[in-house]
Design a protein around this ligand. Structure first.
Ligand SMILES: CC(=O)N[C@H]1[C@@H](OP(=O)(O)OP(=O)(O)OC[C@H]2O[C@@H](n3ccc(=O)[nH]c3=O)[C@H](O)[C@@H]2O)O[C@H](CO)[C@@H](O)[C@@H]1O
Ligand SMILES: C=C(OP(=O)(O)O)C(=O)O
Length: 436
């Protein structure tokens, strides 16, 4: 277990380059299992979850060649499905949520797959019904064994069909898409998720020979094909990192330029931070956040208190609500943060309250932040990172606080943010990793 020791109150300055998108990477790396041909992937983030999935794909028999810092070539010629029966598979697959993404490709190619309950953030119930109901509609038989906590799926004869998803699940849509590209006939997925992650996956599959239309909408149509070939794919910049760095710059009153931010793929993200009063200068594909002494939260047009809530894309991503919340602490004004999707993602506000923030947790889904307008700084404390985004939010709070903070359980942050301490040090942060 590692910790970060942070001396807060130091202004940062400089340029930072976002890593490739973690949630895109998890889908894209799983998709290499769909073809026996070589597939080159660029801008792969060097983070825990992604590295674990690459290892899993290798264990399943794909040839994995590292071509450079951020590029790999995968060739999944013959897969060793017997690996699914091993204890090693169970332990590895259970340690990350992204492991669920191998189901679709394995079903498409081998007609059989199994997976233990996947890991990922403990941020409330995270059901997988959408994935399994989708597979069943395509003709798969699914059962869950309580004894060994394994989901098993038989799908020797996948047949395209029309389906209306019960919710626009991101990983669910990706999984069903990957199962259907090699199915017989046409599959239509309505209420499909359409995040940039999914759009990128669809584009990659089409380059491999798939026939997917409706990309970017919630109505996808997939005409099954016999086989898929190789391709080259480059990940988009991680939009959650981009949002995290905007919040970090504002809270620490720092001038930071986010280079190659993938501006056209950010959806509502820049506008939501602007509503918190943060100035953003978009220069080509870079975002410059100037050092701002103060920023003021907007109200709604009728003068009532602003609410920022999550929604499936093109709504505002739930993965940035913790960052919005922490950024509002030193703003002028009040905001209600409404986390609709996850039921345990706001509990970390206790730690921010201990640091001196003015926050009322209304219920598990809603917190009101009463901005302090810099009247008093947060105080550094010892805390533990409960999940990836809360972890980064605590880190932002610690960077802005007076005195020293220690954040333990940094592995939670490492699973999504590449080399975070070194990258922040390069911006002038006083941050040190303590290995225990
Ligand atoms: C590896 C990966 O890609 N993880 C992301 C993915 O998780 P993941 O794909 O697991 O999340 P889902 O999209 O399935 O759903 C997330 C949660 O939102 C709820 N829900 C979803 C859709 C909907 O219309 N209404 C609704 O309430 C679900 O019940 C669930 O509790 O998408 C989430 C939602 O953007 C992100 O937080 C995760 O970072
Ligand atoms: C919730 C997240 O990740 P995961 O789905 O991998 O737990 C996230 O990236 O914010």
């Amino acid at each position: 277990m590692s910790s970060l020791k942070i001396q807060g109150g130091v202004k940062l300055q400089g340029e930072i380059i976002p890593q490739g998108a973690k949630n895109e990477a998890l889908q894209i790396i799983a998709a290499v299992l769909l073809s026996p041909e070589p597939i080159t992937i660029n801008k792969i983030p060097n983070i825990r979850d992604v590295n674990k999935l690459i290892e899993l794909v290798g264990d399943l028999g794909a040839k994995v060649e590292k071509l450079g810092e951020e590029s790999y070539r995968f060739t999944a010629k013959d897969l060793d499905v017997a690996f699914l029966e091993t204890d090693e598979f169970k332990t590895k697959a259970a340690s990350l949520r992204g492991s669920i993404m191998i189901l679709g490709p394995l079903l498409a190619r081998y007609g059989y797959a199994k997976i233990p309950r996947p890991g990922g953030d403990k941020i409330g119930r995270r059901r997988l019904d959408t994935h399994f109901i989708g597979f069943e509609k395509l003709g798969a038989k699914f059962n869950y064994s309580k004894k060994d906590a394994f989901y098993k799926i038989d799908a020797s004869n996948l047949q395209g069909c029309y389906m209306h998803l019960d919710e626009a699940s991101v990983t669910g849509t990706a999984n069903i898409l990957m199962a259907s590209v090699l199915a017989k006939g046409t599959t239509t997925i309505y209420n499909a998720a359409c995040e940039p992650y999914i759009q990128q996956l669809c584009k990659m599959l089409n380059r491999m020979g798939a026939k997917i239309s409706g990309i970017g909408s919630n109505l996808l149509q997939i005409e099954g094909v016999e086989k898929l070939g190789g391709t080259e794919h480059t990940m988009l910049p991680d939009m959650i990192e981009v949002g995290s760095f905007i919040g970090m710059a504002a809270m620490t009153q720092s001038a930071i330029t986010i280079k190659g931010a993938g501006v056209e793929h950010l959806g509502l993200i820049p506008d939501i931070f602007r509503r918190l009063g943060i100035q953003l200068e978009i220069k080509g594909d870079d975002i410059h956040v100037p050092a701002q002494e103060r920023y003021e939260i907007d109200t709604f047009i009728d003068g009532s208190i602003l609410t920022i809530a999550d929604a499936p894309w093109p709504g505002f991503t739930p993965d940035l609500l913790s960052i919005v919340l922490v950024t509002a602490i030193q703003a002028k004004g009040t905001v209600l943060v409404h986390q609709k999707m996850f039921e345990s993602r706001l509990f970390f506000v206790d730690k921010l309250i201990d640091m001196g923030a003015q926050i009322i947790l209304c219920d598990p889904h809603r917190a009101t932040v009463i901005g302090m307008d810099r009247k008093q700084p947060l105080k550094g404390i010892k805390m533990s990172s409960p999940d990836i985004r809360a972890g980064v939010s605590l880190l932002i709070a610690a960077l802005s606080a007076e005195g020293e903070s220690i954040i333990s359980n940094v592995e939670q942050i490492d699973r999504g943010y590449q080399n975070i301490d070194a990258r922040l040090k390069a911006l002038g942060a006083q941050i040190e990793r303590i290995e225990q």
